[in-house]
Every structure is written in structure tokens, then in C-alpha cells.
Design a protein around this ligand. Structure first.
Ligand SMILES: Cc1cc2nc3c(=O)[nH]c(=O)nc-3n(C[C@H](O)[C@H](O)[C@H](O)COP(=O)(O)O)c2cc1C
Length: 336
């Protein structure tokens, strides 16, 4: 049974890896993840603001100390509340790299071209095999158009690609007005991988205290279909390899993601709930299923659900929507 896959130009023995999270914060857990068969280790993100904050602190009188920047900085968590500061991040990356033989993928989270772009070359120098770029951004400024938001994302990717030789994957949200267009532009800008999709943690409201309530929920398999749709829409259409993140909890979830086009399958919630050993269990379940269904390789299974590769994908998507709505058979009957 051949589970091997190519992701970001790396040959991996199988597609399962822990996604960016605290799972790689501790070296014993990192070794446990490798022993459980992780095909790569992805580290948590270092944030643009952490790096910029250090740079501002180093140049107290710099122009960056404008009113708006000072105000923005005041919302920002105190440096000591981060698990790793920028220097510590590089040191930890180096230790993780020494602890395992599988590829190590570092992660940066930023949205604007700026001083934090000094870090990709440092991350490369310390030995990361690849870099994830998490472009988490909420477009709340009514003066900024969708085209500007997208142009900035493309520019960041271009800048990072110019700065390093290691592969760069872009972790994206689905909240763009024309996601397929953006994905193709990122592909043209040289992104080696697209990671679909970032999860958003929208704040809730505490109605008694009149305060914003932050919460971090684990995902469920219900979050997967949005990813499947866009994997299928991009599979075979972009040069970049594709990874799924968000809602993969079982081997069947992973099979669907691969059939939709994923080269890599990232798990976080499932591993946080079940422990690193679940990586082995889900791989064994995948192999059992493939054997029962007579699939000889993952490669053969990949991308054969090109849901949207018909001549009129938009008409197909609308038709699907209509049929789904008409299929509701009432509260008792469930979906027809
Ligand atoms: C506790 C926690 C910490 C996370 N930290 C990061 C991070 O630093 N960088 C990042 O890109 N994603 C981060 N994520 C998002 C995960 O990498 C992943 O994309 C998301 O949890 C969806 O995958 P899942 O359904 O398997 O949990 C974090 C998720 C959790 C639950």
C-alpha cells in the first residue's frame, strides 16, 4: 500500500501531520509525534506583531511610533504572554530540528509587507524545511477594497518567496470574495502550497458583563465540507500542492480530503483530544479502508472528485444548492 505523497516539493511517507499548534512546543511531544508516525512537524506561528514590537522597542524614537501604531500596539498581548518570543522561536525551531528526522515546518503569521519579513531568512538559516505563512486578516476597514486586500496578500507571498529558498505554503481563510482567483494569483506568485482553511475564532459576547468573550473550540468533522469544496475546485488547477486543515477527525475525513485533492492532511483538534498516538491509529484506519476498497495508492485516489471540474462549475454549484434546499423533508424526516 503506497501512502506516499509530495507536499511542498518534499516526499513524505504519508499525508498525516500535526498542524500548527502547541503540539510542537514541547520536545518530548515532538518526539512522540514522530514516533507515532507524523510525516512532518508543523510549529505554532510567530506573529508579525511580536517581531514588529521588538523592532519598535529597539528603535524607541522610530517613525513607527505614530499614534495609530501605538494604539494598535495597546490591544496587543504583552510579550511575556507568548509561549515563544522571536529569538526563542528560532532557538526552539533549532531544537525541534535536531530532535527529529522528519521535515520541520515553521510558521509565520503576518499580513502587511514590513520589518517582520526579516524573519523568513532567519527561519531558513536555523534549518526549517519549509515555511507556512498564515495570512489571518479580517477586512474591517470599509475604505479597503477586496482587490487591495488580495493584492497585499499576494505581495507578502512574493516578498517571502524572494527572501528564501525553502518552500512556502500559504494558510488561507475562505473569506475572500473570489477565492479561486486569489488562489491562482498566489500560485502565480510562487506559493508552493495552499493550506485550506484557517479556522477563525470569532469573539462571543458576555451579555451580563457586557464584554467580549474569547473562546477556543475544537473543531468537528462538520467543518470539513467547506474545505472539500475548495480543494476540489483547485485540484489539478494550480501548481501549488494542497493541504487540508480544519475538521479532519477520522480516516474517512482524510479520504474525502485526498479524493478532493489534498496532498497533505493536517490534524490539530483530533490530536489535542486524543493524543499524538492517534496519528498511528488514523493511518492504520486509512490503510484498512484502502485495502477493503482496493485502492493501491493514495496517488490513485487523489483528486478524483473534481466536484467543480464540469464545464459550468458555477451553474453546477447553484444547482446543487437548489437541490439541497428542495431535499429537506421536514423536521421528522430529516434530509431527503
Ligand atoms: C490551540 C490551538 C493553537 C493553534 N495555533 C496555531 C498557530 O499558531 N498557527 C496557525 O497557523 N494555526 C494555529 N492553529 C490552527 C490549527 O493549525 C488548525 O488550522 C485548526 O485548528 C483547524 O484544524 P483542526 O480542525 O484539525 O483543529 C491552532 C489551533 C489550536 C486549536
Amino acid at each position: 500500500m503506497d501512502l506516499s505523497t509530495r507536499y511542498l516539493g518534499l516526499t513524505l511517507s504519508h499525508p498525516f501531520m500535526p498542524g500548527a499548534s502547541p503540539l510542537a512546543d514541547d520536545l518530548d511531544t515532538v518526539r512522540l509525534l514522530e514516533d507515532s508516525g507524523a510525516s512532518a512537524i508543523v510549529m505554532r506561528s510567530l506573529f508579525e506583531e511580536q517581531i514588529t514590537h521588538e523592532q519598535v522597542a529597539a528603535f524607541t524614537h522610530s517613525e513607527m511610533h505614530s499614534e495609530s501604531s501605538a494604539e494598535a500596539m495597546s490591544y496587543f498581548p504583552r510579550p511575556e504572554s507568548f509561549v515563544f518570543g522571536p529569538e526563542e522561536y528560532l532557538e526552539h525551531l533549532s531544537r525541534v530540528k535536531q530532535a527529529v528526522r522528519v521535515p520541520v515546518i515553521a510558521s509565520l503569521n503576518g499580513t502587511t509587507p514590513g520589518g517582520w519579513l526579516d524573519y523568513p531568512p532567519l527561519i531558513e538559516k536555523v534549518g526549517a524545511d519549509a515555511l507556512e505563512l498564515n495570512l489571518y486578516h479580517l477586512a474591517l476597514d470599509p475604505a479597503t477594497s477586496g482587490a487591495e486586500v488580495e493584492a497585499r496578500a499576494v505581495e507578502v507571498v512574493r516578498e517571502v518567496k524572494k527572501a528564501v529558498r525553502i518552500p512556502v505554503a500559504v494558510k488561507l481563510s475562505p473569506f475572500y470574495s473570489s477565492f479561486a482567483h486569489l488562489a491562482h494569483r498566489l500560485d502565480e506568485a510562487g506559493a508552493d502550497g495552499l493550506i485550506i482553511f484557517n479556522r477563525f475564532y470569532q469573539p462571543d459576547i458576555d451579555v451580563e458583563e457586557l464584554q467580549v468573550k474569547r473562546s477556543l473550540f475544537v473543531s468537528s468533522s462538520q467543518e470539513l465540507p467547506l474545505r472539500l469544496l475548495w480543494l476540489a475546485a483547485l485540484s489539478g488547477q494550480v501548481r501549488a500542492s494542497l493541504a487540508v486543515t480544519g475538521g479532519v477527525h477520522t480516516a474517512l475525513d482524510a479520504i474525502k480530503a485526498v479524493m478532493a485533492g489534498a496532498h497533505a492532511v493536517q490534524l490539530v483538534s483530533a490530536l489535542l483530544m486524543r493524543g499524538p498516538g492517534y496519528l498511528r491509529a488514523i493511518r492504520e484506519d486509512l490503510m484498512r479502508w484502502m485495502e477493503e476498497h482496493e485502492w493501491a495508492s493514495l496517488q490513485a485516489m487523489r483528486g478524483n472528485m473534481g466536484l467543480l471540474r464540469c464545464p459550468e462549475p458555477e451553474a453546477y454549484a447553484r444547482a446543487n444548492y437548489m437541490v439541497t434546499l428542495q431535499g429537506w423533508a421536514g423536521a421528522k424526516g430529516g434530509q431527503g
